[in-house]
Design a protein around this ligand. Structure first.
Ligand code: E4P
Length: 231
């Protein structure tokens, strides 16, 4: 399963990309708006921080297919081919997904609430499909169940689309979609931090540090104890 960062906060992206095995960044209009800087500057900075290799998913804001296609082309022109347009699963969005996929874009179908929406988006040519797990859970919509159905449908119908599960508020949801077979998740940096946290890890490490310091001195590393081989 691949991990994406769901944020437009360039400092947080730089911190997480340095530490975690991140596949890319996803943004949406709300996340971009929170930064309160010119749109293109934000994306240019994100691209610079993550490099050319990682994926950058950017949501289109037009409501007509023609506008979304033009937005994606303008973005690709300014930011390079590593841009993945995110397109909502409206009828116009499905048309935009088909047109963009036909012209070589990897498209992310977003704001997915049902497996049927995902199936149509995948059939239209979406490379990624993003169900909103927590938003579904908040209306008793069984976010994890929707992810599980999407995974099953894509496999059953031989569709190459990947599930990029989105909208998480806790670590259990992340684990549950991983167990359901999600190909990728996108997480806010603070949630990614929580995914790796466990009190046993902290207490175990504290014990090692205490024992080691008592024997060899605080802050001593293996490098202090193993002399470089004489050449
Ligand atoms: C995904 O494409 C969205 O950016 C996102 O995950 C929505 O998450 P939220 O429900 O926390 O706003």
């Amino acid at each position: 399963m691949h991990y994406f960062l769901d944020t437009a906060d360039v400092r947080e992206i730089a911190r997480c990309v340095d530490l975690f095995p991140v596949a890319g960044v996803t943004t949406n209009p709300t996340l971009i708006a929170q930064v309160r800087r010119p749109f293109l500057d934000i994306l240019t900075d994100i691209r610079q921080v993550i490099g050319e290799e990682l994926m950058l998913h950017v949501q289109m804001t037009g409501s007509e297919a023609a506008t979304m296609v033009a937005e994606a082309n303008r973005l690709r022109d300014r930011l390079g081919s590593g841009i993945l347009p995110k397109v909502p699963v409206t009828p116009q969005g499905l048309k935009a997904i088909r047109l963009l996929a036909a012209s070589g874009f990897s498209v992310t179908a977003t704001a997915i609430g049902t497996p049927q929406q995902a199936l149509l988006a995948a059939r239209a040519g979406a490379a990624f499909t993003a169900p909103y797990v927590n938003r579904l859970d908040n209306i008793c919509g069984d976010g994890v169940g929707v992810v599980a159905s999407m995974v099953r449908l894509f496999a059953a119908h031989g569709l190459p689309a990947k599930v990029l599960a989105a909208s998480f508020k806790n670590v259990q949801q992340v684990l549950d979609v991983a167990l359901a077979g999600a190909h990728s998740v996108t997480l806010a940096p603070e949630l990614l931090d929580l995914v790796i946290r466990h009190p046993l890890t902290d207490s175990g490490l504290a014990g090692f540090v205490a024992d080691w310091s008592a024997a060899y001195g605080a802050g001593t590393t293996l490098l202090d104890l193993i002399p470089v081989r004489a050449s």
